[in-house]
Structures are given as structure tokens and as C-alpha cells.
Design a protein around this ligand. Sequence first.
Ligand SMILES: [Zn+2]
Length: 65
Amino acid sequence: MDNVERKWKCAKCGAELVPTRIVFQYMGRSFGYEVPACPNCGDAFISEDLAKGKMAEVESLMEDK
Ligand SMILES: [Zn+2]
């Protein structure tokens, strides 16, 4: 019963989140990324780990220059 695919639900309206492409703005650059977002109210679920990982990625990209 715990094997069911994990589904995220919107905290506001309870709708099932769907993968949606959003754009991160960080350090003057923008990056497209797919995250679970609510089709009703547009709330995107971005975990802290994802945000941190993304920022670390951006920072390493900038250092490569
Ligand atoms: Zn919602």
C-alpha cells in the first residue's frame, strides 16, 4: 500500500500537482526546470533540496567561466 506512486497535492486546494516547467531566476540568470505545480492555483512545489541543488549548480556554472 505504500508502493503507490507518490502524488503531491496542493496545500491550498488539494488538487493533484502536475509536472510544470517553471523558470528560476538566480544571480541574474534564468533556468527552466520541471517541478510539480498545481493546475488550479499555479502553486509550484519546490523543495528546499531542489532549490539548493539548483543554486549550487548555477554557482558552479558561473565559476567555470
Ligand atoms: Zn492549488
